[in-house]
Write a protein that binds this ligand. Structure first.
Ligand SMILES: *Cc1c(COP(=O)(O)O)cnc(C)c1O
Ligand code: SF4
Length: 448
């Protein structure tokens, strides 16, 4: 068994590489930003994934440790002064929470809009937006193997309790699944649900199997564990038992899909991850991979083509290429829609058909998952061609629509209808909020 050692704001200075390679100024910057945007690393990420000789440009380093520019200068200075002035823990927390509230913690009423009901009970740990798939945020899974610096979920990890999704009662979920025969998939998400001990996961899966819900076809787990702690499937004390749970579901006729979050091919190089993938696939489960495109991390076609190619070699199915969404440090990672499309297109052209199962670039926005099909010209007007891959209303899916070309656009709410039209076809039902105020707006998370 390999011991899991977590590194956070509290103890990151004890990481030998941080001590050896970084200047004190850089370490202080981590402390400043880390007080606002939580981060977490572990010994596997530090020792096996990051190339410290080139850490400033290392994608996994940038992904894992907070970077100075992730905060606006004013916010950075405010926190830096508080720390230098010897502020107490609780004072630092006040400063941090004030900054966080200005950073768009839960976009577009995500907490409010998609919370379903059974009888009169709000299922606060559930989100049901697309007809076939219900999301479940098990309360024990509301933390992560990593706190990726680009991630929209950070409010869930920083103790702002009212923002937390959480629920326990699997009975309510089963009742909901029975009342909604269109739902074929339940997607366990978080945080990272595979943070949970196997015995908890098993209790959920057992309950779902025992309930014999005819419409339930697939149980999915969104997870970063393959990338950041593959020992979850190999050496952890309850790793074998987890694989037995997957097998059990499969035997009961339920498909298990791991929605694996891989951001860079570097995460696919170790013997540990290869073994983990192999072991999961041997249970009869399928691994599908997804990631946002992020500036400075994977905003080049070679990274994606290599990643998809290697995933296919290892038996995984490339699934989604997302546009990084708007929260926390999004400005830092933002890639313009046009550029995201060019990167996608170049990468897609480099791989054979077996890796072209991937779809994107896709924005997980308020009305649905919007696919940027490309940039084109219609009657002399330059446009974005778009379509829904998923919609709040399933009828929106696969209907091409057009937005005015804008090279600076980074999200759906930057876009306006082409051809002088007043609104997009779906806006009768779901209005896009194009008002840009800092710390407000926008859309739904892309899910792991
Ligand atoms: C992405 C997503 C899903 C899953 O969509 P698939 O296209 O089936 O993978 C489900 N619910 C929400 C809210 C999502 O964003
Ligand atoms: S939810 Fe995924 S992307 Fe977000 S911090 Fe956790 S592992 Fe990273």
């Amino acid at each position: 068994m390999e011991k899991y050692q977590a590194f956070t704001l509290r103890n990151f200075r004890s990481i030998p590489q941080i001590d050896q390679y970084l200047s004190e100024e850089e370490r202080f910057a981590i402390e400043v930003v880390g007080n606002v945007l939580p981060f977490k690393a572990n010994n596997y990420v530090v020792d096996q994934l990051i190339n410290w000789d080139n850490y400033k440009e290392d994608p996994i380093y940038i992904l894992t440790f907070p970077q100075k520019d992730m905060l606006e200068k004013d916010h950075f200075d405010e926190m830096a002064m508080a720390i230098k002035g010897g502020a107490s823990k609780s004072e630092l927390k006040l400063v941090a929470n004030k900054i966080r509230l200005e950073l768009n913690p839960h976009p577009a009423g995500q907490l409010e809009k998609n919370v379903p009901m059974v009888d009169d009970i709000r299922l606060t740990g559930v989100q049901h937006k697309y007809r076939e798939t219900m999301l479940f945020f098990p309360s024990q899974g509301q933390t992560c193997h990593a706190y990726c610096t680009f991630c929209f979920r950070w409010p869930q990890f920083v103790g702002m309790n009212e923002l937390k999704f959480a629920m326990r009662d699997v009975e309510l979920i089963i009742a909901y699944l029975r009342e909604h025969p269109n739902v074929t998939d339940i997607l366990f998400t978080g945080g990272d649900p595979l943070i949970m001990k196997t015995k908890i996961i098993e209790s959920y899966v057992d309950a779902l199997i025992d309930a014999k819900i005819p419409n339930l076809k697939t149980i999915r787990f969104g997870t970063k564990a393959l990338g950041y702690w593959p020992q979850r499937f190999t050496k952890d004390a309850d790793a074998d038992q987890l694989l037995r749970v997957f097998e059990k579901a499969k035997k009961a006729g339920i498909h298990i899909a791991l929605m694996a979050h891989f951001n860079h091919p570097q995460e696919l190089q170790t013997e540990e991850v290869k073994l983990a993938i192999d072991r999961v696939l041997n249970t009869g489960s399928v691994i599908r991979s997804q990631s946002p495109v992020m500036r400075g991390i994977n905003d080049n076609a070679d990274a994606w083509a290599t990643m998809w190619q290697q995933q296919v070699e290892l038996g995984c199915v490339p699934y989604y290429f997302f546009v990084a969404r708007d929260t926390g440090a999004q400005d830092y990672f933002a890639v313009e829609l046009e550029r995201a499309w060019r990167i996608f297109r170049n990468a897609y052209q480099k791989v054979s058909g077996v890796a072209r199962t991937v779809r994107g670039p896709s924005m997980s926005a308020g009305p649905g998952k919007v696919h940027i099909v490309g940039v084109s010209e219609v009657n002399g007007e330059k446009v974005f061609v778009l379509q829904f891959l998923q919609g709040r209303n399933p009828d929106w899916v696969c209907r091409p629509f057009f937005a005015k070309y804008d090279p600076k656009a980074i999200w759906l709410d930057d876009l306006y209808p082409a051809f002088g039209e007043e609104q997009f076809f779906f806006e009768n039902e779901y209005k896009i909020n194009r008002k840009k105020m800092s710390g407000t707006s926008r859309l739904e998370p892309e899910l792991i």
